[in-house]
Design a protein around this ligand. Structure first.
Ligand SMILES: NC(=O)c1ccc[n+]([C@@H]2O[C@H](COP(=O)([O-])OP(=O)(O)OC[C@H]3O[C@@H](n4cnc5c(N)ncnc54)[C@H](OP(=O)(O)O)[C@@H]3O)[C@@H](O)[C@H]2O)c1
Ligand SMILES: [Zn+2]
Length: 335
């Protein structure tokens, strides 16, 4: 089979299509013919050499978390799936025995890791991590859901928002940002989002953004947020955490999942305790979250925003588009 592999950790030029032996499922596993695999900023960090997870010794490395496709073959003991089933993968890898695996939520597993390997014609995965796809949810749509939408959905849960609440989303035009905006719309929440691009904000307005602020300047954005917000969904980190804290109402919650704008933030301690605010870390979501999202899509509650699809040979171009920052929503490779 063919796979789009990282052969050098130098950015988009380091992606090459290579041949790999066809995988065979071991007990508990399934092999999926990959129809679509979305890419994430997480993969780009790896490709740029900015992830502790992969170094030169691991090359060639095939990434790709968000796999959707058709089951090709199942391992000897796998009963709940058959060849031909249409599925999407929950990329969570958990130990199954720690306190969080037993009591939930599973995304807090003490040994949590993520599946990598979807940017290929076939993917060998844990069969129990496959979520069946209803008719009407195609593979490309499904592949957009796992990482970005699961993460956004779980962050909104952690923010304990109620219908009518206002949610601030700095960086509202990328994977997690657009997912948050769309889920706010589904859940009856008012969204305030930012972008450096007026054109991109216009596109996000079309899928439910209530208030757009065209700026990346912290002071300018702060002045443009009219009322303190109930929650902040923060995937940017850096100085956007200070911004988020400053626009949060008394007792509000800021949930953080990323560090695109910087791995270090400072916070105003007195404002935190006098304002009864909370800053909460969150990573990914649970498989039931993904099942819920698939149901939402099947019911027509929303359809994930896919900016562009690429054949496997153009995986490098997909990463170049993510790096250029011109896209809105998800970029999906169709091997
Ligand atoms: N912990 C988890 O489980 C988890 C899961 C998913 C993602 N993440 C993290 O969340 C972040 C977003 O991931 P993603 O896949 O959604 O990325 P993405 O699609 O590349 O996000 C693009 C968004 O980020 C904004 N942005 C990028 N660089 C910026 C900068 N320097 N200053 C201000 N805004 C900037 C863009 O704003 P413009 O509109 O202005 O271009 C755009 O809205 C990443 O850090 C990722 O690692 C974490
Ligand atoms: Zn565990």
């Amino acid at each position: 089979m063919r796979a789009a592999a990282f052969t050098e950790l130098v950015g988009p030029d380091g992606v090459d299509v290579i041949d790999r032996p066809d995988p065979a499922p071991e007990p508990g596993e399934a092999v999926v013919d990959v129809d679509a695999c979305a890419i994430n900023r997480h993969d780009l960090w790896i490709l740029e050499g900015d992830s502790a997870m992969v170094d030169a010794d691991d090359l060639p490395f095939v990434t790709g978390l968000d796999v959707a496709g058709t089951v090709r073959e199942v391992g000897p003991d796998v009963a709940r799936l058959d060849a031909g089933d249409r599925v999407v993968l929950c990329p969570n890898e958990t130990c199954g025995v720690c306190r969080f695996c037993r009591e939930g939520p599973e995304n807090r597993c003490e040994n949590f890791s993520l599946y990598h390997g979807g940017l290929a014609e076939q993917a060998r995965v844990t069969a129990d991590r496959l979520v069946p796809l209803p008719d009407g949810v195609d593979a490309t749509t499904a592949a957009a859901l796992p990482t970005a939408y699961m993460t956004a959905y779980r962050m909104l849960e952690r923010a304990e928002v109620d219908a009518g609440d206002t949610v601030f989303v700095p960086g509202a035009t990328g994977g997690v940002g657009v997912a948050t905006v769309q889920l706010c719309d589904v859940l009856g929440l008012e969204s305030v989002g930012t972008s450096r691009s007026a054109a991109k904000l216009d596109r996000v307005r079309e899928v439910g953004l209530d208030h757009g602020i065209e700026s990346a300047d912290i002071d300018e954005i702060s002045e443009s947020v009219d009322e303190p917000v109930d929650a902040v969904i923060n995937h940017l980190g850096g100085e956007f955490s200070e911004l988020g804290q400053s626009v949060l109402r008394r007792g509000g919650r800021m949930v953080v999942c990323g560090r695109t704008a910087g791995n270090t933030s400072t916070f105003d301690v007195a404002d935190l305790f006098l304002g009864h605010k909370q800053i909460i870390g969150s990573t990914m979501g649970t498989q039931p979250d993904l099942e819920r999202l698939v149901e939402f899509v099947a019911d027509g509650a929303f359809s994930p925003v896919i900016d562009e699809t690429y054949p496997l040979e153009e995986t490098g171009a997909a990463f170049a588009a993510m790096q250029d920052g011109e896209s809105v929503g998800k970029l999906v490779v169709e091997p």
